[in-house]
Design a protein. Structure first.
Length: 202
């Protein structure tokens, strides 16, 4: 009897130790990750009987930051995680377009690699890839866990590359106009060249 109790206690200790190790590894992963990882919890659980649009607005208005890593804090201008905990998301994230939240609700409270844009002051934009999973209990939305990757530099580089390619194409078209035009048509060629430049600038 005593041997079986000792054996049982050892198994419990091993299981507990294994769980503790897993929790520690997970905590280290979240803390050290260069990508923002967070948990938003609702101040009052949301009933799922609301319309899609009402749910999207409710999620934004009532979500509180309960867990996050340093990367999340730095992204929103804080020096530490503690400065961000228990703050309302609506007070930190400017949101005028609810379509990402609507897609989140319509997809069954889960998004995987969803791209969305935050519009900041002076129309400055930040581009993200978002993965988020909602948690439902007793037919009510409780919280969501998410991870996002900032791809703003990638999108800005793509825009600049497209501008350069367009610029090169316009220069090529203008050069072709002058090469192919006769001297007596130079006035018309200049007007056409300015027209193409105007199209590019618009």
């Amino acid at each position: 009897m005593e041997d079986s109790l000792i054996h049982g206690n050892v198994e419990i200790m091993l299981i507990h130790g294994d769980i503790s190790d897993r929790i520690q590894r997970l905590d280290s992963f979240i803390t050290l990750s260069s990508d923002p990882i967070w948990c938003y919890e609702l101040d009052v659980p949301m009933t799922l009987t609301l319309s899609v649009e009402e749910q999207a607005k409710y999620l934004f208005e009532h979500s509180i930051i309960k867990e996050c890593n340093v990367a999340t804090a730095k992204m929103y201008g804080f020096d530490s995680v503690n400065q961000m905990i228990d703050k309302y998301v609506k007070d930190l994230i400017p949101l005028t377009d609810f379509s990402p939240l609507i897609r989140f609700v319509e997809s069954g409270y889960e998004l995987i690699n969803e791209e969305y844009i935050e519009v900041l002051e002076f129309n400055k934009k930040r581009h993200f890839i978002l993965t988020v999973k909602g948690q439902i209990e007793d037919n009510k939305f409780i919280r969501s866990w998410g991870q996002q990757k900032d791809i703003t530099l990638i999108r800005e580089s793509e825009e600049k590359l497209n501008e350069l390619l367009t610029h090169s194409r316009i220069i090529g078209e203008i050069s072709k106009l002058f090469v192919c035009s006769r001297p007596e048509e130079i006035d018309k060629t200049v007007i056409s060249a300015f027209s193409k430049i105007g199209d590019f600038l618009n």
